[in-house]
Design a binder for this molecule. Sequence first.
Ligand SMILES: [Zn+2]
Length: 297
Amino acid sequence: MTYLKEIERAIKKANRVKNKAIADELKKYKKEYKLKIKKLQSLIDAQPPGGPRKLNALFRQIEKEMLALSNKLSTSAQVLIRKSTRQAVLDVQASIRATGGRLKGNYTAGMSPAVFERVWKAAMDKVIRGVDGVTLSERIWEIHEGTYKTLRKMIADGYAEGLYPGEIQRNLRAFLYLPDVDMRKTYWKEYFKKYPPGRGVYRSAYKNTERVLRTEVTRAYRESTAEYAKAKAWVKGIKWHRTAGAEECDECDEYERSDMYGLGEGVYPPDGVPVSHPNCFCYLTIEPIEDALEFPE
Ligand SMILES: [Zn+2]
């Protein structure tokens, strides 16, 4: 197996670990959404027949609940980003080590504890701060604030139209979580025409949060690889890879193929890694400079 193939194999293994971490995190979110739906439904149950006398009092309670949910998820997401960036630097190091010490004399895979801390924290800061100045927690609140606003309209309309509390509760659940909604059914088609879910193609708050989480954790891995590369004199650049079968990444073909810096196909300097689309599953590997290897291929 060639040097670069070995690196790639190790990174792919790390990728599977990353996907497991995302799946575990999402399990927590699912639980939180379900609890919150129950809580909001109980608020509807507590209203007098025919609807609340003061809608605003109900709305304030709902907003408080949505804010608490958002804060909880966003704290949890930040912990995961912290773990992921740290883990990603370890994974990159391990992938280089797995190649059997073929780096020349002064070139090493590892780094001092101080440099290690600096490297993963730099990556974490970048992800939490956000590319466009919108922080991770703002991004998550945006979803829940948008959901809250639409919930408010949905509930007000529901009472005005004389819906049963059970119907309002069902709508509320769909808007937050969409458990087993069949989108082909006219009811839900009409429903979402009336209450558009806001930015993004997904239909529920949970789905939108899931998308943000996947996007940011994957980015955390890429940023960590880039920060690692910056700390290493023997790195030529980082190479972009598409995950086989990820349809979302059609546009990333371009990143994988283009040679914008004359470093090779899909190879970028650590500061020039493309920022891609939401739900991008691409990953990076390290490309050493030509004379970095003791036994070049
Ligand atoms: Zn991609």
